[in-house]
Design a protein. Structure first.
Lengths: 317, 255
Protein backbone atom coordinates (compact mmCIF):
# COMPACT_ATOMS: atom_id res chain seq x y z
CA UNK A 1 0.00 0.00 0.00
CA UNK A 2 1.21 3.44 -0.84
CA UNK A 3 1.62 5.81 2.06
CA UNK A 4 2.13 9.44 1.14
CA UNK A 5 3.62 12.07 3.41
CA UNK A 6 2.88 15.63 2.33
CA UNK A 7 4.85 18.54 3.72
CA UNK A 8 2.45 21.42 4.31
CA UNK A 9 3.30 24.89 3.09
CA UNK A 10 1.97 27.81 5.09
CA UNK A 11 2.59 31.45 5.84
CA UNK A 12 1.27 33.90 8.42
CA UNK A 13 -0.77 31.17 10.10
CA UNK A 14 -2.55 30.16 6.91
CA UNK A 15 -2.24 26.91 5.03
CA UNK A 16 -1.14 27.55 1.44
CA UNK A 17 -3.44 26.20 -1.32
CA UNK A 18 -0.42 24.32 -2.68
CA UNK A 19 -0.89 21.80 0.14
CA UNK A 20 -4.46 20.97 -0.97
CA UNK A 21 -3.09 20.45 -4.48
CA UNK A 22 -0.47 18.02 -3.20
CA UNK A 23 -3.26 16.14 -1.44
CA UNK A 24 -5.15 16.00 -4.74
CA UNK A 25 -2.07 14.53 -6.42
CA UNK A 26 -1.75 11.96 -3.63
CA UNK A 27 -5.40 10.93 -3.97
CA UNK A 28 -4.71 9.85 -7.55
CA UNK A 29 -2.64 7.03 -6.08
CA UNK A 30 -5.41 4.51 -5.50
CA UNK A 31 -5.67 3.18 -1.96
CA UNK A 32 -3.08 5.54 -0.59
CA UNK A 33 -2.95 6.65 3.00
CA UNK A 34 -2.27 10.36 3.12
CA UNK A 35 -0.64 12.16 6.01
CA UNK A 36 0.21 15.84 6.13
CA UNK A 37 3.15 17.03 8.20
CA UNK A 38 2.87 20.58 9.51
CA UNK A 39 5.98 22.32 10.75
CA UNK A 40 4.80 25.53 12.35
CA UNK A 41 5.45 27.76 15.31
CA UNK A 42 3.78 27.04 18.66
CA UNK A 43 0.07 27.87 18.85
CA UNK A 44 -0.47 27.79 15.08
CA UNK A 45 -3.80 26.57 13.69
CA UNK A 46 -2.24 25.31 10.46
CA UNK A 47 -2.46 21.66 11.56
CA UNK A 48 -6.19 22.10 12.23
CA UNK A 49 -6.60 23.64 8.77
CA UNK A 50 -4.75 20.72 7.17
CA UNK A 51 -7.01 18.27 9.04
CA UNK A 52 -9.98 19.67 7.12
CA UNK A 53 -8.57 18.77 3.72
CA UNK A 54 -10.65 16.05 2.13
CA UNK A 55 -8.71 12.81 1.69
CA UNK A 56 -6.21 13.39 4.49
CA UNK A 57 -6.16 10.55 7.02
CA UNK A 58 -3.93 12.15 9.62
CA UNK A 59 -1.98 15.29 10.35
CA UNK A 60 1.38 15.20 12.02
CA UNK A 61 1.86 18.42 13.95
CA UNK A 62 5.46 19.34 14.62
CA UNK A 63 5.36 22.62 16.48
CA UNK A 64 8.55 24.36 17.42
CA UNK A 65 9.63 27.96 17.69
CA UNK A 66 12.31 27.02 15.13
CA UNK A 67 9.57 26.58 12.52
CA UNK A 68 8.16 30.11 12.64
CA UNK A 69 9.98 30.53 9.35
CA UNK A 70 10.50 27.48 7.18
CA UNK A 71 14.19 26.72 6.68
CA UNK A 72 15.08 23.81 4.43
CA UNK A 73 18.22 22.95 6.38
CA UNK A 74 16.22 22.76 9.61
CA UNK A 75 13.22 20.90 8.21
CA UNK A 76 14.96 18.35 5.99
CA UNK A 77 16.34 16.09 8.77
CA UNK A 78 12.94 16.12 10.48
CA UNK A 79 11.09 15.27 7.28
CA UNK A 80 13.61 12.53 6.57
CA UNK A 81 12.93 11.10 10.03
CA UNK A 82 9.17 11.14 9.49
CA UNK A 83 9.54 9.65 6.01
CA UNK A 84 10.61 6.29 7.41
CA UNK A 85 6.96 5.21 7.56
CA UNK A 86 6.06 6.30 4.03
CA UNK A 87 6.50 5.15 0.43
CA UNK A 88 6.21 8.66 -1.03
CA UNK A 89 7.08 12.14 0.21
CA UNK A 90 5.42 15.03 -1.63
CA UNK A 91 5.94 18.76 -1.40
CA UNK A 92 4.61 21.51 -3.63
CA UNK A 93 6.68 22.68 -6.56
CA UNK A 94 6.78 26.19 -5.12
CA UNK A 95 9.93 27.91 -3.92
CA UNK A 96 9.21 26.35 -0.50
CA UNK A 97 9.06 22.80 -1.85
CA UNK A 98 11.79 23.27 -4.42
CA UNK A 99 14.13 24.42 -1.68
CA UNK A 100 13.24 21.68 0.80
CA UNK A 101 12.49 18.47 -1.05
CA UNK A 102 15.85 17.80 -2.76
CA UNK A 103 17.53 18.21 0.62
CA UNK A 104 15.13 15.61 2.00
CA UNK A 105 15.71 13.30 -0.99
CA UNK A 106 19.47 13.46 -0.51
CA UNK A 107 19.19 12.61 3.19
CA UNK A 108 16.94 9.66 2.31
CA UNK A 109 19.13 8.58 -0.61
CA UNK A 110 15.90 8.68 -2.59
CA UNK A 111 15.42 9.83 -6.17
CA UNK A 112 13.33 12.95 -6.62
CA UNK A 113 10.82 13.48 -9.40
CA UNK A 114 10.44 17.25 -9.83
CA UNK A 115 7.34 19.11 -11.05
CA UNK A 116 4.99 16.14 -11.26
CA UNK A 117 2.07 17.04 -13.55
CA UNK A 118 0.30 13.69 -13.45
CA UNK A 119 0.64 10.38 -11.69
CA UNK A 120 0.11 7.22 -13.73
CA UNK A 121 1.03 4.68 -11.06
CA UNK A 122 2.86 4.69 -7.73
CA UNK A 123 6.13 4.59 -9.66
CA UNK A 124 5.22 6.33 -12.93
CA UNK A 125 4.97 10.09 -13.31
CA UNK A 126 4.72 12.69 -16.04
CA UNK A 127 6.78 15.84 -15.76
CA UNK A 128 7.80 18.73 -18.00
CA UNK A 129 11.36 19.28 -19.16
CA UNK A 130 12.82 22.12 -21.22
CA UNK A 131 10.47 24.55 -19.48
CA UNK A 132 7.47 22.55 -20.61
CA UNK A 133 8.51 22.25 -24.24
CA UNK A 134 8.58 18.50 -23.79
CA UNK A 135 6.79 16.18 -21.40
CA UNK A 136 8.48 13.04 -20.14
CA UNK A 137 7.02 9.98 -18.53
CA UNK A 138 9.42 8.54 -15.97
CA UNK A 139 9.42 5.24 -14.12
CA UNK A 140 11.14 5.08 -10.74
CA UNK A 141 12.79 1.76 -9.92
CA UNK A 142 10.81 -0.41 -7.53
CA UNK A 143 11.89 -0.68 -3.93
CA UNK A 144 12.91 2.88 -3.29
CA UNK A 145 11.16 5.64 -1.44
CA UNK A 146 10.09 8.37 -3.86
CA UNK A 147 10.37 12.10 -3.23
CA UNK A 148 8.41 14.36 -5.54
CA UNK A 149 7.46 17.98 -5.98
CA UNK A 150 3.94 18.54 -7.25
CA UNK A 151 3.34 21.11 -9.95
CA UNK A 152 0.55 23.19 -8.48
CA UNK A 153 -0.80 24.36 -11.87
CA UNK A 154 -1.57 20.72 -12.75
CA UNK A 155 -3.82 19.78 -9.82
CA UNK A 156 -6.98 21.28 -8.38
CA UNK A 157 -7.13 21.80 -4.64
CA UNK A 158 -9.11 19.17 -2.75
CA UNK A 159 -12.22 20.40 -0.97
CA UNK A 160 -12.44 21.06 2.75
CA UNK A 161 -14.86 19.40 5.14
CA UNK A 162 -12.58 16.59 6.26
CA UNK A 163 -11.75 15.78 9.86
CA UNK A 164 -8.45 13.98 10.02
CA UNK A 165 -6.96 13.31 13.41
CA UNK A 166 -4.13 15.55 14.46
CA UNK A 167 -1.26 13.98 16.35
CA UNK A 168 1.84 15.70 17.56
CA UNK A 169 5.23 14.23 16.91
CA UNK A 170 8.42 14.62 18.88
CA UNK A 171 11.35 14.09 16.60
CA UNK A 172 14.91 13.19 17.49
CA UNK A 173 16.84 14.90 14.69
CA UNK A 174 18.97 17.78 15.93
CA UNK A 175 18.17 21.21 14.55
CA UNK A 176 21.15 22.87 12.87
CA UNK A 177 22.02 26.44 13.84
CA UNK A 178 24.04 27.29 10.73
CA UNK A 179 21.06 28.82 8.90
CA UNK A 180 19.16 31.79 10.28
CA UNK A 181 16.09 33.65 9.02
CA UNK A 182 16.67 37.39 8.77
CA UNK A 183 13.73 38.97 6.96
CA UNK A 184 10.96 38.58 4.42
CA UNK A 185 10.00 41.52 2.21
CA UNK A 186 6.69 41.02 0.41
CA UNK A 187 6.83 41.59 -3.33
CA UNK A 188 4.89 44.01 -5.46
CA UNK A 189 3.19 46.06 -2.75
CA UNK A 190 -0.57 45.83 -3.18
CA UNK A 191 -0.40 44.05 -6.51
CA UNK A 192 -0.81 40.28 -6.65
CA UNK A 193 2.30 38.14 -6.80
CA UNK A 194 3.28 37.44 -10.40
CA UNK A 195 3.97 33.77 -9.79
CA UNK A 196 0.59 32.93 -8.32
CA UNK A 197 -1.72 35.64 -9.71
CA UNK A 198 -4.88 34.54 -11.52
CA UNK A 199 -4.55 37.44 -13.93
CA UNK A 200 -1.36 38.86 -15.41
CA UNK A 201 -0.80 41.82 -17.74
CA UNK A 202 2.64 41.95 -19.38
CA UNK A 203 4.39 44.54 -21.49
CA UNK A 204 7.09 44.11 -24.10
CA UNK A 205 9.63 46.06 -26.06
CA UNK A 206 6.92 47.94 -27.96
CA UNK A 207 6.27 49.97 -24.81
CA UNK A 208 9.55 51.66 -25.76
CA UNK A 209 10.20 53.13 -22.28
CA UNK A 210 9.89 52.44 -18.60
CA UNK A 211 7.59 55.42 -18.37
CA UNK A 212 5.12 53.82 -20.80
CA UNK A 213 4.76 50.85 -18.43
CA UNK A 214 2.36 53.11 -16.50
CA UNK A 215 -0.20 52.01 -19.08
CA UNK A 216 0.40 48.37 -18.19
CA UNK A 217 0.17 49.05 -14.45
CA UNK A 218 -3.06 50.99 -14.90
CA UNK A 219 -4.73 48.19 -16.84
CA UNK A 220 -3.41 45.58 -14.41
CA UNK A 221 -4.82 47.51 -11.45
CA UNK A 222 -8.23 47.70 -13.15
CA UNK A 223 -8.17 43.93 -13.60
CA UNK A 224 -6.65 43.12 -10.21
CA UNK A 225 -3.77 41.60 -12.13
CA UNK A 226 -0.06 41.16 -11.51
CA UNK A 227 2.37 42.83 -13.91
CA UNK A 228 4.95 40.97 -15.98
CA UNK A 229 7.28 41.77 -18.84
CA UNK A 230 9.09 40.13 -21.71
CA UNK A 231 12.82 39.55 -21.59
CA UNK A 232 13.21 42.24 -24.26
CA UNK A 233 11.56 44.81 -21.99
CA UNK A 234 13.78 43.74 -19.09
CA UNK A 235 16.93 43.77 -21.20
CA UNK A 236 15.99 47.26 -22.44
CA UNK A 237 15.86 48.36 -18.81
CA UNK A 238 12.18 49.35 -18.76
CA UNK A 239 11.41 47.16 -15.75
CA UNK A 240 13.39 45.03 -13.25
CA UNK A 241 14.18 41.43 -14.07
CA UNK A 242 11.97 39.99 -11.32
CA UNK A 243 9.07 40.88 -13.62
CA UNK A 244 10.38 38.73 -16.45
CA UNK A 245 8.03 36.06 -17.71
CA UNK A 246 9.58 33.26 -19.75
CA UNK A 247 11.94 30.33 -19.71
CA UNK A 248 14.65 32.14 -17.77
CA UNK A 249 12.18 34.26 -15.81
CA UNK A 250 8.91 33.18 -14.24
CA UNK A 251 6.86 30.35 -15.70
CA UNK A 252 3.25 31.12 -14.90
CA UNK A 253 -0.21 29.65 -15.42
CA UNK A 254 -2.81 32.38 -14.77
CA UNK A 255 -6.47 32.29 -15.80
CA UNK A 256 -5.90 35.36 -17.96
CA UNK A 257 -2.67 36.50 -19.56
CA UNK A 258 -2.63 39.76 -21.50
CA UNK A 259 0.48 40.25 -23.66
CA UNK A 260 0.86 43.85 -24.75
CA UNK A 261 3.48 44.79 -27.30
CA UNK A 262 5.13 41.39 -26.91
CA UNK A 263 6.12 39.65 -30.13
CA UNK A 264 6.21 36.19 -28.55
CA UNK A 265 9.77 34.85 -28.67
CA UNK A 266 9.94 31.15 -27.92
CA UNK A 267 11.47 31.80 -24.55
CA UNK A 268 8.50 34.00 -23.60
CA UNK A 269 5.88 31.59 -24.93
CA UNK A 270 7.45 28.87 -22.82
CA UNK A 271 6.59 30.85 -19.72
CA UNK A 272 2.91 31.33 -20.52
CA UNK A 273 1.80 28.24 -22.38
CA UNK A 274 -0.26 26.96 -19.45
CA UNK A 275 -2.27 30.17 -19.14
CA UNK A 276 -6.00 29.48 -19.50
CA UNK A 277 -6.71 32.44 -21.81
CA UNK A 278 -4.05 34.40 -23.65
CA UNK A 279 -4.86 37.83 -25.07
CA UNK A 280 -2.39 39.48 -27.43
CA UNK A 281 -2.27 43.11 -28.50
CA UNK A 282 0.43 43.88 -31.04
CA UNK A 283 0.83 46.13 -34.05
CA UNK A 284 2.55 43.39 -36.06
CA UNK A 285 -0.05 40.98 -37.44
CA UNK A 286 2.72 38.44 -38.08
CA UNK A 287 3.94 38.36 -34.48
CA UNK A 288 4.28 34.76 -33.20
CA UNK A 289 2.30 35.65 -30.09
CA UNK A 290 -0.86 35.48 -32.23
CA UNK A 291 -0.21 31.78 -32.91
CA UNK A 292 -0.90 30.97 -29.27
CA UNK A 293 -3.37 33.74 -28.40
CA UNK A 294 -7.00 32.91 -27.73
CA UNK A 295 -7.89 36.50 -28.50
CA UNK A 296 -5.74 38.65 -30.74
CA UNK A 297 -5.99 42.30 -31.70
CA UNK A 298 -3.68 43.95 -34.20
CA UNK A 299 -3.19 47.63 -33.51
CA UNK A 300 -1.41 50.36 -31.60
CA UNK A 301 -1.22 49.50 -27.92
CA UNK A 302 -1.06 53.19 -26.99
CA UNK A 303 -4.58 53.58 -28.41
CA UNK A 304 -6.02 50.19 -27.50
CA UNK A 305 -4.99 49.95 -23.85
CA UNK A 306 -6.62 53.26 -22.79
CA UNK A 307 -9.74 52.32 -24.80
CA UNK A 308 -9.90 48.98 -23.04
CA UNK A 309 -9.55 50.63 -19.65
CA UNK A 310 -12.38 53.00 -20.48
CA UNK A 311 -14.65 50.14 -21.52
CA UNK A 312 -13.86 48.32 -18.28
CA UNK A 313 -14.69 51.48 -16.29
CA UNK A 314 -17.96 51.98 -18.14
CA UNK A 315 -19.03 48.39 -17.63
CA UNK A 316 -18.68 48.85 -13.88
CA UNK A 317 -20.81 51.96 -13.61
CA UNK B 1 37.75 25.51 8.33
CA UNK B 2 40.86 25.92 6.25
CA UNK B 3 44.39 26.49 7.36
CA UNK B 4 45.42 30.13 7.22
CA UNK B 5 47.66 29.88 4.18
CA UNK B 6 45.22 27.97 1.99
CA UNK B 7 43.49 30.09 -0.64
CA UNK B 8 39.91 31.15 -0.16
CA UNK B 9 38.31 29.24 -2.97
CA UNK B 10 34.92 29.29 -4.64
CA UNK B 11 33.80 26.22 -6.55
CA UNK B 12 31.26 26.80 -9.31
CA UNK B 13 29.52 23.78 -10.81
CA UNK B 14 28.26 24.27 -14.34
CA UNK B 15 26.34 22.31 -16.96
CA UNK B 16 26.23 22.52 -20.70
CA UNK B 17 22.68 22.58 -22.04
CA UNK B 18 20.73 23.30 -25.21
CA UNK B 19 20.88 27.06 -25.73
CA UNK B 20 17.85 28.83 -24.32
CA UNK B 21 17.02 30.33 -27.70
CA UNK B 22 16.69 26.96 -29.43
CA UNK B 23 13.20 25.73 -30.16
CA UNK B 24 13.18 22.21 -28.77
CA UNK B 25 11.91 19.40 -30.99
CA UNK B 26 10.76 16.08 -29.64
CA UNK B 27 11.84 13.03 -31.65
CA UNK B 28 8.91 11.45 -33.48
CA UNK B 29 9.58 8.07 -31.84
CA UNK B 30 9.21 9.60 -28.37
CA UNK B 31 12.75 8.68 -27.36
CA UNK B 32 13.81 12.18 -26.36
CA UNK B 33 14.47 15.61 -27.78
CA UNK B 34 16.57 16.28 -30.86
CA UNK B 35 20.10 17.20 -29.77
CA UNK B 36 22.02 16.61 -33.02
CA UNK B 37 23.28 19.84 -34.53
CA UNK B 38 21.60 21.92 -31.85
CA UNK B 39 23.48 24.87 -30.35
CA UNK B 40 24.77 24.05 -26.87
CA UNK B 41 25.68 26.69 -24.30
CA UNK B 42 26.40 27.06 -20.66
CA UNK B 43 23.23 26.83 -18.58
CA UNK B 44 22.18 30.50 -18.11
CA UNK B 45 21.86 30.19 -14.33
CA UNK B 46 25.38 28.72 -14.20
CA UNK B 47 26.78 31.68 -16.12
CA UNK B 48 25.27 33.83 -13.37
CA UNK B 49 26.99 31.60 -10.80
CA UNK B 50 30.39 32.10 -12.46
CA UNK B 51 29.83 35.85 -12.70
CA UNK B 52 28.98 36.08 -9.01
CA UNK B 53 32.05 34.09 -8.01
CA UNK B 54 34.23 36.36 -10.13
CA UNK B 55 32.72 39.48 -8.58
CA UNK B 56 33.33 38.10 -5.10
CA UNK B 57 36.97 37.47 -6.06
CA UNK B 58 37.27 40.93 -7.61
CA UNK B 59 36.05 42.44 -4.34
CA UNK B 60 38.94 40.64 -2.63
CA UNK B 61 36.75 38.17 -0.76
CA UNK B 62 38.11 35.10 -2.58
CA UNK B 63 41.48 34.11 -3.98
CA UNK B 64 40.46 31.61 -6.58
CA UNK B 65 37.44 30.61 -8.66
CA UNK B 66 37.39 26.98 -9.80
CA UNK B 67 34.75 25.78 -12.27
CA UNK B 68 33.74 22.17 -12.61
CA UNK B 69 31.54 20.22 -14.96
CA UNK B 70 30.55 16.60 -15.34
CA UNK B 71 29.91 15.41 -18.88
CA UNK B 72 31.32 14.08 -22.14
CA UNK B 73 34.67 15.14 -23.64
CA UNK B 74 33.29 18.02 -25.68
CA UNK B 75 32.08 19.78 -22.51
CA UNK B 76 35.59 21.20 -22.30
CA UNK B 77 34.55 24.04 -24.60
CA UNK B 78 32.07 25.12 -21.94
CA UNK B 79 34.80 25.06 -19.31
CA UNK B 80 37.11 27.08 -21.58
CA UNK B 81 34.34 29.61 -21.84
CA UNK B 82 34.14 29.81 -18.05
CA UNK B 83 37.92 30.25 -17.91
CA UNK B 84 37.62 33.02 -20.49
CA UNK B 85 35.10 34.74 -18.23
CA UNK B 86 37.84 34.81 -15.59
CA UNK B 87 37.89 31.57 -13.60
CA UNK B 88 41.40 30.41 -12.71
CA UNK B 89 41.07 26.64 -13.05
CA UNK B 90 38.67 24.09 -14.43
CA UNK B 91 37.84 20.51 -13.49
CA UNK B 92 36.28 18.17 -15.99
CA UNK B 93 34.87 14.92 -14.70
CA UNK B 94 34.37 12.79 -17.78
CA UNK B 95 31.00 11.07 -17.92
CA UNK B 96 29.67 9.94 -21.26
CA UNK B 97 26.07 9.36 -20.32
CA UNK B 98 23.76 11.63 -18.32
CA UNK B 99 23.73 11.06 -14.58
CA UNK B 100 20.93 11.52 -12.07
CA UNK B 101 21.13 14.48 -9.68
CA UNK B 102 22.15 12.35 -6.69
CA UNK B 103 25.00 10.76 -8.68
CA UNK B 104 26.11 14.24 -9.83
CA UNK B 105 25.89 15.42 -6.23
CA UNK B 106 28.13 12.64 -4.93
CA UNK B 107 30.76 13.51 -7.53
CA UNK B 108 30.53 17.19 -6.63
CA UNK B 109 30.91 16.29 -2.97
CA UNK B 110 34.18 14.54 -3.83
CA UNK B 111 35.36 17.68 -5.64
CA UNK B 112 34.34 19.76 -2.63
CA UNK B 113 36.37 17.50 -0.35
CA UNK B 114 39.41 17.91 -2.63
CA UNK B 115 39.11 21.64 -3.18
CA UNK B 116 37.85 22.72 0.26
CA UNK B 117 35.91 25.76 -1.01
CA UNK B 118 34.32 28.19 1.43
CA UNK B 119 31.52 28.67 -1.05
CA UNK B 120 29.95 26.52 -3.76
CA UNK B 121 27.77 28.37 -6.24
CA UNK B 122 25.52 26.64 -8.77
CA UNK B 123 22.66 27.67 -11.02
CA UNK B 124 19.30 27.02 -9.38
CA UNK B 125 18.41 24.61 -12.15
CA UNK B 126 19.52 23.46 -15.56
CA UNK B 127 17.14 24.53 -18.29
CA UNK B 128 17.18 21.11 -19.95
CA UNK B 129 15.86 18.70 -17.33
CA UNK B 130 14.64 21.47 -14.99
CA UNK B 131 15.25 19.33 -11.92
CA UNK B 132 16.31 22.07 -9.52
CA UNK B 133 17.90 19.54 -7.16
CA UNK B 134 21.69 19.45 -7.25
CA UNK B 135 22.55 22.46 -5.07
CA UNK B 136 20.17 21.42 -2.32
CA UNK B 137 21.37 17.81 -2.46
CA UNK B 138 24.99 18.88 -2.26
CA UNK B 139 24.26 21.02 0.80
CA UNK B 140 22.51 18.05 2.42
CA UNK B 141 25.30 15.53 1.80
CA UNK B 142 27.98 18.07 2.72
CA UNK B 143 25.91 18.83 5.84
CA UNK B 144 26.23 22.56 5.22
CA UNK B 145 23.72 25.41 4.83
CA UNK B 146 21.97 26.18 1.56
CA UNK B 147 20.68 29.46 0.21
CA UNK B 148 18.77 28.77 -2.98
CA UNK B 149 17.44 31.15 -5.66
CA UNK B 150 19.78 33.95 -4.60
CA UNK B 151 19.30 37.47 -5.90
CA UNK B 152 21.87 39.12 -3.61
CA UNK B 153 24.89 37.84 -1.70
CA UNK B 154 26.76 39.74 1.02
CA UNK B 155 29.79 38.01 2.48
CA UNK B 156 31.50 38.46 5.79
CA UNK B 157 34.42 36.41 7.10
CA UNK B 158 32.32 33.62 8.51
CA UNK B 159 28.85 33.99 7.03
CA UNK B 160 26.86 34.98 3.96
CA UNK B 161 23.74 37.09 4.00
CA UNK B 162 21.69 35.95 1.03
CA UNK B 163 18.52 37.45 -0.39
CA UNK B 164 16.37 34.76 -1.99
CA UNK B 165 13.65 35.04 -4.59
CA UNK B 166 10.70 33.22 -3.04
CA UNK B 167 7.07 33.16 -4.15
CA UNK B 168 6.09 35.55 -1.36
CA UNK B 169 8.78 38.10 -2.20
CA UNK B 170 12.37 38.41 -1.07
CA UNK B 171 13.61 36.38 1.87
CA UNK B 172 16.93 37.07 3.53
CA UNK B 173 18.86 34.31 5.26
CA UNK B 174 22.15 34.29 7.04
CA UNK B 175 24.19 31.13 6.55
CA UNK B 176 27.48 30.14 8.10
CA UNK B 177 30.34 29.36 5.72
CA UNK B 178 31.09 27.10 4.05
CA UNK B 179 27.75 27.04 2.28
CA UNK B 180 26.02 26.22 -0.98
CA UNK B 181 24.30 29.02 -2.88
CA UNK B 182 22.17 28.61 -6.00
CA UNK B 183 21.57 31.54 -8.31
CA UNK B 184 18.41 33.13 -9.57
CA UNK B 185 18.08 35.35 -12.59
CA UNK B 186 18.53 38.78 -11.12
CA UNK B 187 21.63 38.09 -9.05
CA UNK B 188 23.73 39.66 -11.79
CA UNK B 189 24.22 39.98 -15.52
CA UNK B 190 27.12 37.81 -16.73
CA UNK B 191 29.94 39.61 -18.54
CA UNK B 192 30.65 39.17 -22.21
CA UNK B 193 33.84 37.34 -23.00
CA UNK B 194 36.40 39.31 -24.99
CA UNK B 195 38.63 37.74 -27.62
CA UNK B 196 41.92 38.21 -25.72
CA UNK B 197 40.36 36.42 -22.76
CA UNK B 198 39.43 33.50 -24.98
CA UNK B 199 43.06 33.27 -26.13
CA UNK B 200 44.30 33.50 -22.56
CA UNK B 201 41.86 30.84 -21.39
CA UNK B 202 43.51 28.28 -23.66
CA UNK B 203 46.54 28.16 -21.40
CA UNK B 204 44.67 28.06 -18.10
CA UNK B 205 44.75 24.73 -16.21
CA UNK B 206 41.96 22.32 -17.06
CA UNK B 207 42.16 19.00 -15.23
CA UNK B 208 40.51 15.96 -16.73
CA UNK B 209 39.31 13.59 -14.04
CA UNK B 210 38.13 10.06 -14.85
CA UNK B 211 34.71 9.34 -13.39
CA UNK B 212 36.08 6.40 -11.38
CA UNK B 213 38.42 8.71 -9.48
CA UNK B 214 35.55 10.63 -7.93
CA UNK B 215 32.69 8.20 -7.78
CA UNK B 216 30.56 6.27 -10.20
CA UNK B 217 27.56 6.69 -12.41
CA UNK B 218 25.58 4.79 -9.78
CA UNK B 219 22.56 2.70 -10.65
CA UNK B 220 20.02 4.87 -12.46
CA UNK B 221 16.73 4.80 -10.62
CA UNK B 222 14.64 7.10 -12.80
CA UNK B 223 14.04 5.76 -16.29
CA UNK B 224 12.54 7.94 -19.00
CA UNK B 225 9.80 5.88 -20.64
CA UNK B 226 8.85 8.38 -23.32
CA UNK B 227 9.10 12.02 -24.27
CA UNK B 228 6.25 13.84 -25.96
CA UNK B 229 5.60 17.33 -27.20
CA UNK B 230 3.27 19.30 -24.93
CA UNK B 231 -0.33 19.59 -26.01
CA UNK B 232 -0.37 22.45 -28.51
CA UNK B 233 -2.44 25.57 -28.07
CA UNK B 234 -5.16 26.21 -30.59
CA UNK B 235 -4.84 29.47 -32.43
CA UNK B 236 -7.76 31.53 -31.19
CA UNK B 237 -9.73 34.28 -32.86
CA UNK B 238 -8.69 37.71 -34.06
CA UNK B 239 -10.93 40.59 -33.03
CA UNK B 240 -11.21 43.73 -35.12
CA UNK B 241 -11.18 46.44 -32.45
CA UNK B 242 -11.04 47.21 -28.75
CA UNK B 243 -14.82 47.06 -28.36
CA UNK B 244 -14.91 43.54 -29.74
CA UNK B 245 -11.95 42.53 -27.54
CA UNK B 246 -13.77 43.84 -24.48
CA UNK B 247 -16.99 42.06 -25.50
CA UNK B 248 -15.13 38.74 -25.84
CA UNK B 249 -13.39 39.19 -22.49
CA UNK B 250 -16.68 40.11 -20.87
CA UNK B 251 -18.42 37.09 -22.40
CA UNK B 252 -15.75 34.83 -20.91
CA UNK B 253 -16.10 36.43 -17.49
CA UNK B 254 -12.56 37.80 -17.56
CA UNK B 255 -13.36 41.49 -17.08
Amino acid sequence: MTKVLIIAEHASGKLNASTAKCVKAATTLAGSEIAVAVFAGPGSSVAAQAAQLSGVSRVIDVSDAAHEHALAATLAPLVAELAADFTHVFGPSTTFGKDLMPRVAALLDAPQVSDVMSIESPTRFRRPIYAGNAITTVEVAAGTRIVATIRTASFEAVAGGGSAKVESAALAAALPTHTRFVALAAAGGDRPDLQSATKVVSGGRALASGEAFKLIYALADKLGAAVGASRAAVDAGYVPSDMQVGQTGKIIAPELYVAIGISGAIQHLTGIKDARTIVAINKDAEAPIFEVADLGLVGDLFTIVPELEKLIDESRK
Amino acid sequence: MEAEQSPRRILVAIKRVVDYNVRIRVKPDGSGVVLDGVKLSINPFDAIAIEEALRIKERGRADEVVVATIGPADCQATLRNALAMGAQRALHVVADSPLEPLAITRILLKLVEREQPFLVILGKQAIDDDNNQTGQMLAALWNRPQATFASKIELSETAAKVTREVDAGLETLEVDLPAVITTDLRLNEPRFVKLPEIMKAKSKPLATIPLNDVGSAGTPRIKVIRTEPPPGRQRGIMVKDTAELFAELHKRGLV
